[in-house]
Write a protein that binds this ligand. Sequence first.
Ligand SMILES: [Zn+2]
Length: 413
Amino acid sequence: MNGFERELEERLVRYARVDTQSDERSPSSPSTAIQLDLARMLVAELTEIGAAEVQLTEYGVVLATVPATREGAPVIGFLAHVDTAPQFHAVGVKPVVHRGYNGGPIAFADAPGLTLSPESSSHLAEKIGHDIITASGTTLLGADDKAGVAVIMTLARHLLTNPDLPHGAIRIAFTPDEEIGRGVDKRLPKDLGADFAYTLDGGAVGEIEYESFSADGASVKITGVSVHPGLAKGKMVNALHLAAKIVTALPQATMTPEVTDGREGFLHLYEQRGSAAEVELNFILRDFERDGLAAKGELLRAVCAAVQAGEPRATISCEIRPQYRNMRYWLENDMAPVELARAACRAEGIEPVSVPIRGGTDGSRLTEMGVPTPNIFTGMQEIHGPLEWISVQDMATATRVCLRLTELAATPG
Ligand SMILES: [Zn+2]
């Protein structure tokens, strides 16, 4: 036992209390200025523990270096994101530590009736005796991804206070706006300057992930014909009716998030805005393969075209834009970073598992931009909701795996 637990707990609790929710609707970068509160805190803490080249970039990323203690080792990057998910309440998070978990249901002070239990969260049954951190019932916790931040900060502090440990240069990056897909500025790969990197943004202990979704976004705009309803006969074209036709023509029983898992992709309508005159439908398209993703785009276009053909007086447009691509396309050409993380897991007595991520990470974009960046577990569970929890001991395991990884990379053979 090397005392990571107390430090990790203290860091996560402290970081989780800082509001950092991102906002997809905001055009600014970072999308919310509150994210900089945590970024500035991390700059101060990195400086205090003696990290080098500590910097807050103009695009809102905290960068720092743990200088090498061995020559010739690769430069490894570690990344985590400071923002929390926009999908659930994330203001005024009150972290609660449930010490020495007894295996029963966990109650929430601010939400009577809400319980977290091994029945509803399968990994919890494995954590008897662990210290479990949750929020208080009305917000998410934000272990996604402040657990990653806490792990990287603890790793950095440990390496900086133990200069006899062998490792190459380590580059640290704390990004904003990962949850809204804007965490990787085009300047980041060069500024990071790592040979390869890892995001600390994964779930269960042992997960080393190198496959993410490939992702597109789509906007369908429908312009009807607006006429006074009393004088509308033969003239009005109601955009809301056309939107409903498009939505119902799409395969809801086979291709939506709520009916797919594993390697299946989906087409997800996440927002509908507008009026009889004009409607906008916003979708995300997800698939593990380029072909499957393209097919989903074609399906959406075909449905729009069919509805348009049935009502030539309306104008229906369908714009599809790329978001990120499955990082496997690049990582499978050189699995060394993945194998290194797996070796570090095994050295810590953990059997690594690789499951495809039904989402993306900053690593998806970074990998596409030339910095191979698989994802390492932190222990976080039930993210983006009030039941979010993490085991302090799992975070300590993640920290030990990262520590071992830096050592293995500096001592080949
Ligand atoms: Zn995350």
